[in-house]
Write a protein that binds this ligand. Structure first.
Ligand SMILES: C[S@@+](CC[C@H](N)C(=O)[O-])C[C@H]1O[C@@H](n2cnc3c(N)ncnc32)[C@H](O)[C@@H]1O
Length: 237
């Protein structure tokens, strides 16, 4: 083997395996600079955390599609779609919402911190979401989006992907988060990430309760759980 070939091999051996991930972090920063959130339901800091976790999934090539339960006007959905368009990962984006706002609270959702978030609040229509995607030239892409109007508990199995690599659950209430987990049962890939908004939100105690119950029942599959801002983040083994 010549000297030149040897140094070429050494170059590839030493190439930073996180190079792609660094590139994707840069892409997340650029997208967050370029585009504004279109609603107040998720902050820029939270978006950065969600999208960085998503970049890790893409970088690690974890198989399976992407789901968002509770997409509302589409702030997070649009950013996920922008990343999917840029990266050509072959993953599909499934978005679920009642498009009729929040359902009734259950006793688990009652909070001493106040009576915010009532049934029927946070309504965005499916048309509004579709228009937001159209305005951003993000409709009819290879990743979808596949938009399903349904209460989470009524989503049929044929409306869900077979495998999930990344899930964002943002249904606010106990039953909404519990049903999101239930609908994804048996679909999470090894190495998948699940992010639940409002895990840290004293006004929405039901979200954390549903997550804690799920983790208790799935301890064997959970590699890591932690919180950042309002988010609860689960990495699966
Ligand atoms: C906080 S918003 C979601 C914000 C969105 N993720 C974003 O990035 O802007 C909550 C959404 O969840 C939906 N939702 C809550 N519980 C639901 C349920 N059980 N079934 C269907 N949709 C639900 C509401 O209609 C609402 O649009």
């Amino acid at each position: 083997m010549g000297c030149q070939e040897e140094s070429l091999l050494l170059y590839f051996a030493l190439e930073d395996p996180r190079k792609n991930y660094v590139k994707m972090r840069k892409m997340v920063d650029e997208l967050l600079k370029k585009y504004a959130p279109i609603s107040d339901q998720v902050s820029r800091d939270e978006l950065r955390i969600i999208l960085t976790e998503f970049a890790k999934i893409l970088d690690a090539e974890i198989p399976g599609d992407v789901v968002e339960f509770g997409c509302y006007k589409g702030t997070t959905s649009l950013f996920l779609a922008r990343i999917l368009r840029k990266t050509n990962s072959g993953k599909k984006l499934f978005l679920y919402d009642s498009f009729a706002g929040l359902p009734e609270k259950s006793p688990e959702d009652l909070s001493q911190a106040g009576d915010d978030f009532q049934a029927g609040e946070l309504v965005a229509t499916k048309r509004e979401l579709v228009q937001a995607f159209a305005k951003n030239n993000l409709l009819y892409q290879s990743f979808g989006p596949i938009i399903i109007k349904s209460w989470f508990s009524d989503i049929r199995d044929d409306q869900l992907p077979e495998k999930i690599s990344f899930a964002f659950f943002d249904g606010d209430f106990y039953r909404s988060i519990r049903d999101s987990f239930a609908k994804c049962a048996g679909k999470f890939s090894s190495g998948a990430t699940i992010i639940v908004d409002d895990y840290v939100n004293e006004k929405l105690p039901g979200a954390a309760k549903a997550v804690d119950e799920w983790i208790m029942g799935h301890r064997q599959s959970v590699a890591k759980f932690w919180t950042e801002k309002s988010l609860g983040i689960v990495h699966l083994k």
